[in-house]
Write a protein that binds this ligand. Structure first.
Ligand code: SF4
Length: 452
């Protein structure tokens, strides 16, 4: 890669960041949740889009070199991932490397968070390398509920969105299967090996069936996997304390970034349930619907017929998505839970209800605090033996979450741990986890635990 020279080209933000036609391109997906990223890529491939998940954390030094240290940790990791991939690709293809062949996939979120700025920042970084200026950043946004309009033929957009959402739910279920069986496995390593094979089976199933919306076939594979996976459980291993995880979606899902927090907790005797990825997708749709309804109320008061028409269109759009997502998620969990007692998922409307009733925070303020705060309360009420809030060091919504829930957890007498991460290894972390798990074991002895 040539030397970088950072000059801001504002035009590049509009021309090279946005929704692009992905046909004929290589779509580069950053790894977040291991299974989730792979199944999302498999769904895209099922629709004829050449999508691949980039190796992660190998280019962390590059990421650090091209950030100032003030950015959120996920921004550093993903900046490193894309630079590392493109550097290798340039070395592999030599003069045959064409930056126009690639679209780097980096969604964004509306609201007060820096996440909305990652793709702009990464645009500046890519533009600083003459050879990478023309690598486009494909961005979908929470503003329109992650619409995929424009990235493939119009008539297939809805199907792609349905397939992508389905892949999110199935990967959540596979994750939950792993967390359910690993603490009780007959031999160390069995569950991990099994899930990695199961993920490849699912990739194949998505590649083959997703474009035809043959979801029944994919669900049949899921059933087989769950039936096989539950055989890994050793029935003689006693039930363990149940720990819930909430937090910033990237950090809590990316095992390298969170220094394998789930495995560390399991090492100290926990069974863990992490918040799902679908929870965030559902929340963005729910919030879109909620905002559109509020807009309609306001526009009716001011009698603005054109704006009212647009509000109604939005309500119908988001309402339809919400209906579909709930239906699909319920269907998948019902089937999975009939075979094994994996944890059910939280519902965005229910979580908002908790916030409203307790008057703790408001969905109008946005961000993941909307999910983490009521998620923690829900875990505690359900009888989990402890809750961990996992987030990037200095993450704004997670710090807000921590400030609000800590006194509440004291009141509810539920063990609670903040686990902020950057690329350094905190020397006291292991002690903090051990102390937390000691408290969780005590809680478990006194109160028992929630059945899934
Ligand atoms: S949620 Fe946290 S990590 Fe993500 S952009 Fe906001 S402050 Fe950064």
């Amino acid at each position: 890669m040539m030397r970088s020279e950072k000059v801001i080209d504002f035009q590049s933000f509009t021309e090279n960041v946005g929704r692009f036609d992905l046909r004929g391109k290589t779509v580069l997906i950053p790894e977040m949740a291991g299974i989730g990223s792979q199944l999302l890529a498999a769904s895209f491939r099922g629709f004829g889009i050449n999508a691949k998940v980039m190796e992660t954390c190998k280019g962390l030094d590059l990421g650090k070199e091209h950030t100032s240290g003030k950015e959120c940790y996920p921004c550093q990791i993903t900046t490193g991932d894309i630079l590392y991939f493109l550097k290798k690709e340039q070395a592999r293809l030599g003069v045959g490397f064409n930056p126009r062949d690639y679209v780097y996939f980096m969604p964004e979120a509306e609201g007060p968070c820096r996440f909305g700025m990652y793709n702009k920042y990464q645009r500046i970084v890519l533009d600083s390398f003459p050879a990478l200026k023309n690598v486009r950043i494909g961005s979908i946004t929470t503003k329109d509920g992650y619409s995929l309009e424009g990235i493939i033929e119009r008539q297939r957009v809805k199907d792609l969105r349905k397939g992508a959402y389905f892949s999110v739910v199935i990967s959540d279920i596979l994750d939950r299967l792993l967390w359910r069986i690993r603490p009780y496995e007959k031999e160390p390593g069995m569950a991990d090996n099994f899930i990695s094979k199961a993920m490849h089976v699912m990739e194949g199933a998505f590649g083959k069936h997703v474009a035809d919306k043959n979801f029944g076939k994919i669900l049949d594979r899921m059933d087989e996997i769950i039936k096989e996976g539950k055989m890994i459980i050793d029935p003689t291993v006693a039930e363990k304390p149940l720990i819930g995880i909430v937090g910033e979606i990237y950090l809590r899902s990316h095992s390298q970034a969170n220094q394998d927090i789930i495995r560390v907790l399991e090492r100290y005797g926990a069974e863990v349930v992490n918040a799902s990825i679908a929870e965030w997708v559902n929340y963005t749709t729910y919030d879109g619907l909620r905002t559109a309804k509020k807009g309609l109320r306001l526009d009716m008061k001011q009698f603005r017929p054109d704006a009212m028409r647009q509000d109604i269109e939005k309500i119908m759009g988001f309402g339809g998505e919400m209906f579909y997502q709930k239906l699909r998620q319920r269907q998948c969990y019902k089937r999975a839970r009939a075979l094994l007692d994996i944890a059910a998922d939280h519902d965005a409307g229910h979580l908002e209800g908790i916030l409203r009733k307790e008057d703790l925070y408001n969905f109008d303020a946005g961000t993941e605090a909307c999910l983490s705060i009521p998620g923690i309360i829900e875990y505690a009420r359900e009888g989990y033996n402890g809750v961990v809030n996992v987030y990037p060091f200095t993450c704004m919504p997670s710090t807000v979450t921590s400030a609000i829930v800590k006194p509440l957890m004291n009141k509810m007498r539920t063990p609670y741990l903040d686990a902020p991460y950057d690329s350094t290894v905190q020397p006291g972390r292991e002690t903090a986890v051990r102390t937390f798990m000691y408290q969780a074991h005590q809680h478990f002895k006194r109160h028992g635990r929630k059945a899934h």
